[in-house]
Design a protein. Structure first.
Length: 166
């Protein structure tokens, strides 16, 4: 496997599904589970250490409600950890963002935007593409397609605006 994804709750799947879809599009092998830093700390440790031994190159940890999942994951591995703060009531994910981004010196966690699972996956693909030319090519094509899509949308808006002016 290339990437290990750990979510603090099954309710995080609605957000993290976007990351899984990106990895599927790029052909990146992923292992995924649910484990809580606070409710099942031994499960978190077992998942991280097992995935580390099985060759995971990157970990993505997603949690809401000021959970410290990404930091706990980072404490068990020297591999890159990407944190995805999840928007959960009542603080709209700001608590999760702050608990993920405010890691103490020496234990870094890359932090995405609240619910930023798509960017977490793309960032992981970028990291993996450093040593994988196939992924580098796919990533270049992905970005090229984004440019084409924006250009198409710009033309659509231009035509719609021209219709208004008539």
């Amino acid at each position: 496997m290339d990437v290990a994804i750990i979510m603090g709750s099954d309710s995080d799947w609605g957000v993290m599904k976007k990351a899984a879809e990106v990895f599927n599009e790029f052909g990146v092998e992923v292992e995924i589970t649910v484990a809580s830093a606070h409710r099942t700390p031994e499960r978190v440790k077992e998942f991280v250490t097992t995935c580390d031994k099985q060759g995971a190159k990157i970990f993505i940890a997603a949690a809401g409600c000021a959970a410290h999942l990404a930091g706990v994951v980072a404490s068990y591995t020297t591999k890159p950890v990407i944190g995805v703060p999840i928007n959960s009531e009542p603080l709209k994910g700001v608590d999760a963002l702050l608990s993920t981004v405010q890691m103490p010196g020496g234990v870094p966690v890359a932090t995405m935007a609240i619910n930023g699972s798509k960017n977490a996956a793309l960032f992981a693909v970028e990291i993996l593409s450093i040593s994988n030319d196939n992924l580098k090519t796919k990533l270049t094509e992905y970005r090229s397609n984004m440019v084409k899509e924006v250009e198409r949308k710009a033309e659509d808006i231009k035509r719609a605006f021209a219709e208004i002016k008539k």
